[in-house]
Design a protein around this ligand. Sequence first.
Ligand code: SF4
Length: 371
Amino acid sequence: GLPEVPLPPVAARRASRRIQVGPVPVGGGAPVSVQSMTTTRTCDIGATLQQIAELTASGCEIVRVACPTQDDADALATIARKSQIPVIADIHFQPKYVFAAIEAGCAAVRVNPGNIKKFDDQVKEIAKAAGDHGTPIRIGVNAGSLDRRLLQKYGRATPEALVESALWEASLFEEHGFRDIKISVKHNDPVVMIEAYRRLAEQCDYPLHLGVTEAGPAFQGTIKSAVAFGALLSRGIGDTIRVSLSAPPVEEVKVGIQILQSLGLRQRRLEIVSCPSCGRAQVDVYKLAEEVTAGLDGMEVPLRVAVMGCVVNGPGEAREADLGVASGNGKGQIFVKGEVIKTVPESKIVETLIEEAMKIAAQMEKDGVAS
Ligand code: SF4
């Protein structure tokens, strides 16, 4: 076959400062990391650690926990110590919990300057404590809790207002020599959000945490996030992402990883290239694609499997993939690396594909292709 020519990266990444969220680097060309947030009560340490373990298993790299009460603050030290991935404490309203989270050894603290009373007066102490512990701060501006002054000035949470709020807070930290910062400017409308991050990216070199806030239930939230992150990441903007869904957090991680893989920002794992089917299809493509996907679930290597309903695009796509089937006349031509290796009856397509996929995967693992 032809030599493999690597595709160009989606875009040059914006040059940003690098911060360390525990062992995970964010910004400065580090791989874009995927975050989520627990939904358990943080003070329920067992349940929270259990959910963090599930998130870790699903590929989550940084986890955020809410901290609305003293009991939650008291739980942070144990959670931070026992979690397999870095823990960020999420603080609204109460500055005392910012200090508690830093003391507890959280990998970072998220503050919402819009709802912490007299936040500006406390920046000096926060910068001092965070600096002493090497704890980065995320300035997390949110359309729904924008600083009152800016709401009055702009009338609503415009991109300008979100950016001004974030950069104002960053400047207060900078006055104290503190620059261990990442920023988010979330909005529930992808159009506003994209514009806010685009402006922010031009006006500072802090690493950026992307998020569409309150994106909605899984279907809508997935699309909103994919569109917004795609628009930004394809221009090189964004250093870490959190998909917000009204769904279990593991779903957020899956969507986040898939977005990065789609953009070529992360090595693709299993990818099923299946046709939508049409009047020409000579097999049940949906069923075939579903069965192959289920049979190969959890595959760790970047395997591309083509499942095509007929001979129009079938052989072409099947040849481009590592492995594939082009169906016709109740039979399936099985391709491996561009060669037809066998033709099997329809009833044997799935098991043959899975069998061949396992062989290729084993070879890839041997060759060290898996990441
Ligand atoms: Fe239709 Fe064949 Fe294309 Fe599938 S591969 S969409 S069946 S023409």
